[in-house]
Design a protein around this ligand. Structure first.
Ligand SMILES: Nc1ncnc2c1ncn2[C@@H]1O[C@H](COP(=O)(O)OP(=O)(O)OP(=O)(O)O)[C@@H](O)[C@H]1O
Length: 125
């Protein structure tokens, strides 16, 4: 029996289903989505420039992409073994480390964009 997708629409449906599954099963994914929504609302309120939006969206997509890859790797490792294995630990920790680096990037971008804008808005200068 073949599991191959039939056409582009089928591939797209599978990808959306993957996003939905990750959103339902991964708490981090929901936290990132909430953080992204807050950042977009704050960006609209503070009137970000085009380049600031570009960095903000790059951070949002990097973090969510890393979280999806982390989730995929966790699933593959769990498929391979549910028992303790040092390589399973190393693989999952490395993927979690990648997600953490992306989160640090997003935090840096958010601080560099929002702190000056907020100081300007509240006349801290
Ligand atoms: N089969 C295993 N063998 C050894 N250590 C494991 C194994 N499965 C998980 N671990 C360890 O437990 C940690 C958490 O694994 P788990 O699969 O529960 O991920 P998680 O808590 O869902 O992580 P995240 O918060 O990134 O989604 C891993 O980072 C790893 O250190």
């Amino acid at each position: 029996m073949s599991f191959k997708t039939k056409d582009m629409r089928d591939s797209f449906r599978c990808a959306l289903s993957g996003l939905g599954d990750a959103w339902r099963s991964e708490r981090n994914m929901r936290i990132h989505t909430l953080a992204a929504c807050i950042a977009v609302v704050a960006g609209l309120w503070l009137g970000l420039e085009r380049l600031e939006w570009l960095f903000l969206f790059s951070a949002v997509f990097l973090v969510t992409t890393m979280e999806m890859l982390n989730t995929a790797l966790e699933r593959v490792v769990d498929l391979f073994t549910r028992d303790y294995h040092p390589l399973a630990r190393l693989a999952k920790n490395a993927a979690a480390g990648a997600a953490l680096l992306a989160a640090f990037y997003a935090l840096t971008v958010a601080l560099l964009i929002f702190v000056p804008k907020l100081m300007e808005r509240f006349n801290f200068f």
